[in-house]
Ligand binder design. Structure first.
Ligand SMILES: Cc1cc2nc3c(=O)[nH]c(=O)nc-3n(C[C@H](O)[C@H](O)[C@H](O)COP(=O)(O)OP(=O)(O)OC[C@H]3O[C@@H](n4cnc5c(N)ncnc54)[C@H](O)[C@@H]3O)c2cc1C
Length: 259
């Protein structure tokens, strides 16, 4: 690594690609001086209005870390393209800016990567249980992408459970179904609360303790690490469900997006 800025330094990021993922969620690829990150970390984004008013929000990094477990900084470069995935909240301040105002080539202020608790490195191993509510999938995407990049013989099983209103509200479902088809040690379950069942293995009700217990029994592995991300209410409910289902609280890490 040569000359990459410290994570805490505000710097300019350029929007170089925008990819719609669902009706209200899009990926924003930002080119930015980047010191490298660990899956699960986030950035802070700061917008400044012409009158000086500033708004700052956090967004998880969806990109794989690209770092090898042996040499965490090996892939760090001065410049990187990082993927943020932002859910448009109708009454929000910053997320509608990204969806309605931001254009390719625009510059925004960013600092990061930040956060040292809600992270997973390939060396941390598994089995790995990842549970997302809505856009809470973003940091878990980075973890799955890092997991998928490991040599299969060295990876422990991983299970990704995505809760969303409908199948169409799930971010990048094709990536998860393709990985599931390619890797028997990767499981993907969609838990939709309003839509119809998409696949036989999907679920059409909220994740509660009974359901989580059944899923874990069906999976057949005892998680070594469990990560939950989503709204406050979702995280609270799923964390309670997992402990009721017998998981030790020490193995459960949570990230709350608000709401
Ligand atoms: C560590 C961290 C990582 C995050 N990563 C992501 C990410 O990858 N993608 C992403 O889309 N968001 C992410 N968030 C949430 C993000 O920081 C903002 O809170 C969100 O974009 C709303 O900002 P806003 O300015 O549009 O809305 P605000 O003006 O802040 O809020 C508008 C209204 O929406 C409510 N609200 C705020 N957040 C949520 C929510 N998540 N769900 C439901 N209601 C909410 C508020 O209570 C308020 O009523 C993350 C939050 C944290 C703390």
């Amino acid at each position: 690594m040569s000359g990459a800025p410290p994570a805490t330094a505000w710097r300019e990021a350029i929007i170089e690609r925008i990819v719609p993922r669902t009706a209200r969620i899009s990926s924003f690829y930002l080119r930015v001086p980047w010191p490298g990150h660990v899956a699960g970390q986030h950035v802070d984004v700061r917008l400044t209005a012409p009158d000086g008013y500033q708004a700052q929000r956090s967004y998880s990094v969806a990109s794989a870390s690209g770092a090898s477990p042996a040499e965490p900084s090996a892939a760090a470069t001065d410049q990187a393209s990082i993927e943020l995935i932002i859910d448009r909240l109708d009454d929000g301040e910053v997320s509608p800016f990204f969806h309605d105002v931001a254009q390719l080539g625009d510059a925004i202020e960013l600092r990061g990567p930040l956060g040292g608790h809600f992270v997973w490195r390939p060396a941390d191993g598994g089995p790995l249980l990842l549970i997302a509510g809505g856009s809470g999938i973003v940091p878990l995407m980075a973890m799955v992408r890092d997991w998928a990049a490991m040599p299969p013989a060295t990876a422990s099983p991983a299970l990704l459970i995505c809760s969303a209103r409908t199948w169409e509200d799930i971010v990048c479902p094709d990536e998860w179904t393709a990985l599931q088809a390619a890797r028997p040690d990767f499981g993907f379950i969609a838990a939709t609360t309003r839509g119809s069942q998409h696949r036989d293995t999907d679920i059409t009700r909220r994740l509660d303790a009974t359901l989580l217990r059944n899923i874990l029994t069906g999976w057949g592995h005892t998680p070594r690490h469990a990560y939950i991300c989503g709204s406050n209410a979702f995280v609270e409910s799923v964390a309670g469900g997992l402990t009721a289902a017998g998981l030790r609280p020490e193995i459960i890490r949570t990230e709350r997006y608000g709401g």
